[in-house]
Write a protein that binds this ligand. Structure first.
Ligand code: IDP
Ligand code: MG
Length: 139
C-alpha cells in the first residue's frame, strides 16, 4: 500500500494537561512520520468552518469554544494507511468506549474534551490538510 497523509490535532485539553510529549511519542512509535506541525490558537471563525458539518448538533457551540480556548498542535502525519491507522490509535470519540492503549482512553477527559482529532476519510483529509497547511509547510 502507498504512503498516505492524514490531518491531526492535539486539542487544547491535552496541551493543558501536558500530554503533548506522550502523544507525539505514541505517534512516532506507531510508524507515522510528522510532515507538518505547528502550535496555533485556532480562531473562532476557523473552528466554526472546520467543524461546519456539526453546525446543527447540540454540542457545536461548546465544541467551538473548547477548540479555541488555548493552544492546539496541528499536524500532518504520513505512513501506509495513515487515515485509518491514526483513527485506530486515537480510539473512539467517547473515551468511555475507547479501546485500551488508545490515546483517547489514556488522555481524554470526556466525549468533548477528547485529546485528539483525525480526518475520517480521504475526502476529509484532502480538505483538512490545506485548511491549516500550505504545500511549503509539508516537509
Ligand atoms: P471524531 O472527532 O471522533 O471524528 P466527531 O463525531 O466528528 O468525532 O465529533 C467531532 C468532535 O466533536 C469530537 O471529537 C468531540 O470533541 C466533539 N463531540 C462529538 N460528539 C459530542 C457530544 O456528544 N458531546 C460533546 N462533544 C461532542
Ligand atoms: Mg470527525
Amino acid at each position: 500500500m502507498a504512503l498516505e497523509r492524514t490531518f491531526a490535532i492535539i486539542k487544547p485539553d491535552a496541551i493543558q494537561t501536558k500530554h503533548t510529549g506522550e502523544i507525539l511519542a505514541s505517534i512516532e512509535q506507531n510508524g507515522f512520520r510528522i510532515v507538518g506541525m505547528k502550535l496555533i490558537r485556532i480562531a473562532r471563525q476557523e473552528a466554526e468552518k472546520f467543524y461546519e458539518v456539526h453546525q446543527q448538533r447540540p454540542f457545536f457551540a461548546g465544541l467551538v469554544t473548547f477548540m479555541t480556548e488555548g493552544p492546539a498542535l496541528v499536524m500532518v502525519l504520513e505512513r501506509e494507511d495513515a487515515i485509518a491507522k491514526w483513527r485506530e490509535l486515537m480510539g473512539a470519540t467517547n473515551p468511555a468506549n475507547a479501546a485500551e492503549g488508545t490515546i483517547r482512553k489514556r488522555f481524554a477527559e470526556n466525549i468533548e474534551r477528547n485529546a485528539v482529532h483525525g480526518s475520517d476519510g480521504a475526502d476529509t483529509a484532502a480538505v483538512e490538510i490545506p485548511f491549516f497547511f500550505s504545500t511549503a509547510e509539508l516537509l
